[in-house]
Design a protein around this ligand. Structure first.
Ligand code: SF4
Length: 351
């Protein structure tokens, strides 16, 4: 995983006494002030999180694909090699509730299928571009945009790769703030942002023309592509005159390879799912308010409370670099002690 070099523009801002913020820092402050304290005040080292590490593997290779230094095949080899390295460092996906590596297997299946179908885009792009937006006389927001696409009409598109699950409800608003911030930062530079979108790498978008002439669109996880679309494939094959035995054979083969059967090439279009996020003035205003409010909260906080879960959530156990096996968060350690004590008591009750 390539470490990002510190940009001279950020060094300069620090030298001028500016406080640097990013969307992820603001989100940490709001999710768990104690985590923000350990990270940004105490500079306590965090145990790397597998989701961030695994996401970086994909981001790095995708950047290489757009620059011409990698091919989509490199994504698959990097997944195999680097996940093994992370495992050796005890950075691994959580097991499911039955103790099986389903979460890892699904992640690998989705990303591997994505890598198989991904065709690097052609056009004029910048990748991992630093953007900076002053908020007040001392606070400056910064971030790195995965991809800026330059369009012929002089506008740009903001593109963010996402290896996470779909965003819904409040999570959509939270995720959207990152795109809103990037957009505001680019607009402050005088650029016209035509669109902002996520490429949701875990998902496919399949489309086909129905009998009534309307286009049907389906979105799902790559690993389930053929099983999700099996019934429509079956109807198409029957429509093409294949008998039941042939249809069974063709679909079994398609499921085995999780790919469109060649008999249906051109009838079903499948591509990585791109989700555009509409950045209205209200969305941008909400984001700016969120930025200002959170900076104020951080700069005035004296009591760094843990998140509401008080150290007992999935987030603490698996996602926070101070929880789980790291044992650096006192709230997490307290919770584990209580839990163990309770287990001991329960055991005593049994006998
Ligand atoms: S383990 Fe939980 S309570 Fe502790 S710092 Fe992390 S998120 Fe906060």
């Amino acid at each position: 995983m390539a470490a990002r070099e510190i940009d001279k523009r950020l060094e300069q801002l620090r030298a001028e006494g500016k406080q640097l913020y990013s969307i992820s820092k603001l989100n940490t402050i709001n999710t768990c002030p104690y985590q923000a304290y350990l990270n940004y005040v105490e500079h306590e080292k965090q145990k790397p999180n597998i989701w961030a590490c695994a996401g970086s593997i994909i981001h790095d290779r995708l950047e290489g694909c757009l620059k011409g230094t990698n091919t989509p095949q490199d994504i698959k080899s990097a997944i195999d090699d680097e996940l093994e390295n992370f495992e050796l460092l005890d950075i691994d996906f959580p097991l499911d509730k039955n103790g099986n590596p389903t979460i890892k297997n699904n992640w690998v299946a989705n990303m591997t299928k994505f890598a198989k179908v991904f065709t690097p885009w052609i056009g004029h792009f910048d990748t991992e571009e630093l953007v900076i937006l002053p908020i007040n006389d001392h606070a400056v927001m910064h971030g790195y945009i995965d991809v800026i696409q330059y369009n012929d009409d002089g506008s740009v598109d903001v593109i963010d790769w996402k290896t996470s699950s779909q965003f819904t409800g409040d999570h959509l608003i939270e995720a959207g703030r990152q795109l809103a911030f990037y957009t505001m930062a680019l607009e402050a530079q005088g650029l016209r942002v035509r669109s902002a979108k996520w490429v949701m790498l875990k998902y496919y978008e399949a489309s086909w023309v129905q009998k009534n002439g309307k286009v049907k669109v389906k979105v799902g996880e790559w690993r389930n592509f053929v099983s999700d679309c099996k019934s429509v494939m079956e109807k198409m094959l029957v429509g093409l005159g294949y008998d039941e035995t042939d249809v069974d054979y063709i679909l079994t083969n398609a499921e085995k390879h999780n790919a469109i059967p060649e008999e249906l090439e051109g009838m079903i279009h499948v591509q990585p799912y791109v989700r555009e996020y509409e950045l209205t003035d209200e969305v941008k205003a909400e984001t700016m308010q969120y930025i200002k409010d959170t900076i104020e909260k951080y700069e005035t906080t004296k009591d760094w409370k843990p998140c509401d879960c008080k150290g007992n959530s999935y987030f603490c156990a698996n996602l926070c670099g101070y929880g789980g096996k790291s044992g650096k968060c006192k709230h997490w350690v307290d919770y584990c002690d209580t839990f163990e004590k309770k287990s001991d008591d329960d055991e005593e009750d049994l006998f």
